[in-house]
Design a protein around this ligand. Structure first.
Ligand code: SAH
Length: 259
């Protein structure tokens, strides 16, 4: 009789524990589920991460870009936010895309290559001619600790890029609308200058606005044809030139008028 009673108490105890566990599970189930769904939502909100990593691996690292900071910068900048909506599906393909006004956002491999050639270190100041979408400027900003000045000649593109870069909190990028052939005297000299539109000769004002030891990366060639990508390094009164191969850029429209 007694034994039966003890047995019953035990059973009741076990049952109570099981019931409590079920109650706890019911209480916290919504929280567990919502934690899972918010993690899923986060992944969904950046559906391009995988495409971007793949693009960097297959078209940038595998083709010889070695600078780890440049690679990290290319992995960070959301290129899909710099291309027009109708080209979103090609945002991480390795080719240029139209951005309106007859202009293009450059091919990622070329952006990475030119950035690597600039050989920037923290604390340096760089000038970009041809802001376009603002993508190249954003890649420079992701290097960290670099002060960036960028000029765009098409007023609408200059305005759009300024808004886009501000919206993405790239506070270290200073934008301006104007003719970049003449550089940006106010903040010269620069440790490096990058030109992302092609003139048919080397613009003298850019050489003048380069610091001693400064690097200038620029495509030069005839309008409507292929150009040569040059790295110039200012050494005393001389500018040493290194040929970095054939490229295709939109022309630098300018050379007339003044700053
Ligand atoms: N760096 C850009 C690609 C630019 S395409 C990007 O990352 O998206 C070249 C840009 O240079 C075009 O937007 C074009 O309007 C601009 N450009 C052409 N001539 C210029 C000049 N003289 N001064 C400033 N920008 C110029």
């Amino acid at each position: 009789m007694n034994r039966t009673l003890i047995f019953n108490w035990k059973t009741a105890g076990i049952l109570a524990v099981i019931l409590l566990a079920i109650a706890g599970l019911i209480k916290y189930l919504p929280k567990i589920l919502s934690a899972q769904s918010s993690a899923a939502a986060q992944i969904e909100s950046e559906p391009y991460t995988e495409n971007r990593m793949q693009m960097v691996e297959e078209t940038i690292i595998s083709r010889g870009v070695k600078d780890r900071q440049v690679i990290a910068a290319m992995q960070s900048v959301p290129r899909h936010m710099f291309v027009p909506d109708q080209y979103l599906d090609q945002a991480y393909a390795d080719h240029p895309l139209p951005i309106g006004y007859g202009q293009t956002i450059s091919q990622p491999f070329i952006v990475a290559t030119m950035t690597e050639l600039l050989d920037l270190i923290k604390g340096e100041r760089v000038l970009e001619i041809g802001t376009g979408s603002g993508y190249q400027a954003a890649v420079l900003a992701e290097l960290g600790g670099i002060e960036i000045y960028t000029i765009e000649i098409v007023p609408e593109l200059a305005q759009q890029a300024a808004e886009r870069l501000a919206g993405l909190d790239y506070d270290e990028i200073h934008t301006r609308q104007g003719d970049g052939y003449y550089g940006w005297k106010e903040f010269a000299p620069y440790d490096a200058i990058i030109v992302t539109a092609a003139p048919d000769h080397l613009p003298l004002p850019l050489v003048q606005q380069l610091k001693e030891g400064g690097r200038l990366v620029i495509p030069i060639g005839p309008q409507g044809g292929y150009q040569t990508l040059w790295l110039f390094i200012k050494q005393g009164k001389e500018v040493v030139a290194y040929n970095k191969g054939g490229v295709l850029f939109v022309p630098l429209v300018s050379g007339e008028g003044s700053d």
